[in-house]
Design a protein around this ligand. Structure first.
Ligand code: CDP
Ligand code: MG
Length: 666
């Protein structure tokens, strides 16, 4: 046989492999609880204006329903858009469905998340974050590209999904039967959705759930990470085969527990009669190739330990899990409208979330859930989680609704109304940012432009202020760098080397300028050398690539707004370059301005709240008199994160409305 024969033989083998993969995927589809109900579901979507579909996580709602609707011709002349609260879910589900349909990702099946669009003119099923669908509505208020919209994970009640409820209700009325809506939820209280969407119907999928034994600790644990480690080890040593799913609150925690488990894996394997332990992390910032690993079975009978954020609670289903380890915590946003402080905090889950997490152990066989807290603590948890709209700052949401033509925000058809105080705060902030006029109307051009930029209103203002003062290039870099994943990676053992490598980037003016220095240095390295350069400097290559990408997209938005992306070094640019950038930061972040107190902490001017510099800040240990910062992080105490030193005299000049009010009000 010649070379041609070899090639043909190889092609035949590849084709056979693809065929058998498709066949096994098809078999898996047909085994899902939703499969038997497909004809009936298609009929219900066809007949009623809105269908509320309730089914246990893993029953096949997200991956299958859109395929059924497409096959039934319900998307004729348009697309099926499926929203997801989480980016990881949107991308991983799109990948799975493309595989099931045997098409390339980005062709018939695609996804769109902020700063990453993998869809095309051929796309018929598009998974997108709820935030992205809202953005699309700005350009296309009637969402004409869609014939069906599926609002998935409705039980999560994210702010964007909540707004979409009201918005799409209005769009449906205007498109007169030409837009179908499906609301999907993993929890049983469909009544609220059915009442809200007049003329809708509920359908329930019969789940397949094995019993899960729930175990509590006898006394409160001192360290839940230690307790999680001990529990994983105990399961591995004593329990029947089956994978373990551990719920943690974020990437740092996942990385530390992974290190702790890996350090003990060899011993643990010996104790378990030679069965290996394989640790697999899953969180939003993980590269997609690595995210895909959680769906693969562990090799050679090893036991897989999945360390996940809340993403594994309902958005994705990981096969093989029989043991759940749940410390009962989640990183959640909380907003204090009175203080105007927004913080990410680690807080206890609700009872509903605890049940949902435990349920993950019983999908394929009877399982066990280890709750790392006492039964009394469970009884004391709130029954359900508050909708996000009731515990978040609302400026971004308010700006978007105003740009969508909703002028009377308190009268908007919210499923649950946001707290009036928080809504007032948001409008005040938009007024102070110059996005609203005194009559509460969006300003032209500033307010309209801010609404177009896919970042928080404060950062939109930073960009626009930068563009106005000839430092758009720097402002773009800074906003891109704070929007990407953490740039400074956890150095693990090489703490000193990492600190030394980073020192050369440090700006005495703070974290934003330090990030700017990192990015500028990165750009000077040739493309081929960047990976190595990042490793040497202990910065995340992925985060920097992503920052470059975000930056390019934001620059595109500025160009679309016909704003020049001039650099501060440009001839004729007035004043000191770093001053101009810091002033642009103040123009957006003034509500997070704080002055130094004698004890080394800072007082936030807007709220009077005391904050400390976050240990990660380059200003930590320095004593700037006045600062602005991005984020208030509440852990054991309140920290200001991403900080820049500023001149206090700039505040009344750059945010006159805000500081006039605060001067009067005290
Ligand atoms: O939406 P719902 O929770 O009802 O289920 P789904 O996400 O459609 O998942 C159905 C099945 O597809 C599950 O059994 C998953 O294990 C599988 N799946 C997968 O293997 N890989 C993915 N990326 C997504 C789903
Ligand atoms: Mg789903």
């Amino acid at each position: 046989m010649g070379a041609g024969g070899n090639k043909r033989a190889r092609e035949a083998l590849d084709a056979a492999a693809a065929q058998s993969l498709r066949a096994s995927l098809q078999a898996a589809r047909e085994a899902l609880p939703i499969w038997a109900a497909r004809a009936q579901l298609v009929e219900e979507v066809r007949c009623c204006t809105a269908l509320v579909l309730v089914g246990e996580t893993g029953s096949g709602k997200t991956t299958q329903l859109p395929q059924f609707l497409l096959a039934a011709g319900l998307a004729q002349g348009g697309m099926i858009g499926v929203t997801q609260p989480r980016r990881v879910a949107a991308t991983s589900v799109a990948r799975r469905v493309a595989q099931e349909m045997g098409v390339a990702l980005g062709a018939e099946v695609g996804y769109t998340i902020r700063f990453d669009d993998v869809s095309s003119g051929a796309t018929r099923i598009k998974y997108l974050t709820d935030g992205m669908l809202l953005r699309e509505a700005l350009a296309d208020p009637l969402l004409r590209r869609y014939k069906v919209i599926v609002l998935d994970e409705a039980h999560e009640r994210t702010m964007q999904t909540d707004i979409l409820f009201g918005l799409i209700k209005g769009v449906q009325a205007r498109r007169k039967g030409d837009l179908r809506l499906v609301v999907m939820s993993a929890t049983l209280d469909a009544a609220k959705f059915v009442t809200y969407f007049a003329g809708s119907k509920a359908a329930y999928l019969q789940g397949r759930q094995f019993p899960v034994q729930v175990l509590y600790t006898a006394a409160p644990e001192e360290s839940y990470l230690d307790a999680a480690l001990a529990t994983v080890m105990q399961v591995h040593a004593e329990e029947a085969p089956g994978d373990v799913l551990v719920f943690l609150t974020g990437q740092d925690e996942i990385e530390s527990l992974a290190r702790l488990i890996n350090a003990r894996a060899a011993v643990a394997s010996k104790e378990a009669g030679g069965i290996a332990l394989q640790v697999v992390p899953i969180y939003a910032a993980l590269p997609p190739e690595q995210q895909a690993r959680v769906f693969e079975p562990a090799p050679d009978g090893a036991r897989k330990v999945v360390l996940a954020t809340n993403i594994a609670e309902t958005s994705i289903t990981i096969p093989g899990v029989r043991y759940v380890v749940d410390p009962g915590l989640i990183k959640a946003r909380s907003y204090n409208a009175r203080l105007g402080s927004d913080s990410l905090q680690v807080v206890p889950t609700s009872q509903a979330q605890a049940r949902q997490r435990s349920g993950r152990a019983g999908r394929e066989a009877p399982g066990k859930a280890f709750r790392l807290y006492t039964e009394a603590a469970f009884q004391a948890l709130p029954p359900t989680t508050e909708p996000e709209i009731r515990r978040s700052p609302l400026a971004g949401m308010a700006l978007q609704l105003l740009a969508l033509g909703v002028t009377d925000l308190p009268a908007f058809d919210f499923m649950d109304k946001p707290p009036m105080g928080a809504l007032m705060r948001a409008l005040e902030q938009l007024l102070a940012l110059g996005a609203l006029d005194a009559d509460g109307r969006l300003t032209q051009p500033l307010g309209r432009r801010m609404a177009r930029l896919p970042v928080d209103p404060a950062f939109a203002k930073v960009l626009l202020a930068g563009a106005e003062t000839c430092c758009a290039e720097e402002a773009l870099t800074v906003v891109a760098m704070v929007s990407t994943d953490p740039v400074f990676t956890n150095p693990g053992q090489q703490r000193d080397a990492a600190a030394a490598a980073r020192r050369r980037f440090v700006s005495p003016l703070g974290d934003h300028l330090t990030l700017l220095n990192v990015f500028q240095a990165y750009l000077l390295v040739g493309k081929a050398g960047r990976g190595r350069w990042c490793a040497e400097h202990h910065v995340s290559a992925r985060a920097l690539r992503k920052a470059a990408d975000i930056r390019a997209q934001l620059a595109g938005h500025l160009t679309a707004l016909e704003l020049q992306a001039g650099a501060s070094g440009a001839p004729g640019a007035p004043g000191d370059a770093t001053d101009r950038l810091r002033r642009a930061l103040v123009a957006g972040l003034f509500s997070h301005a704080a002055v130094a107190l004698p004890d080394g902490t800072f007082k936030v001017l807007a709220s009077g709240q005391a904050v400390a510099l976050h240990p990660s800040s380059v200003l930590c240990g320095k004593r700037p008199a006045c600062i602005v910062f991005d984020e208030l992080l509440r852990t054991t105490r309140d920290y200001a994160r991403q900080v820049t030193a500023i001149d206090a005299a700039w505040l009344p000049e750059l945010a006159p409305i805000f500081f006039a009010r605060h001067a009067q009000g005290g």
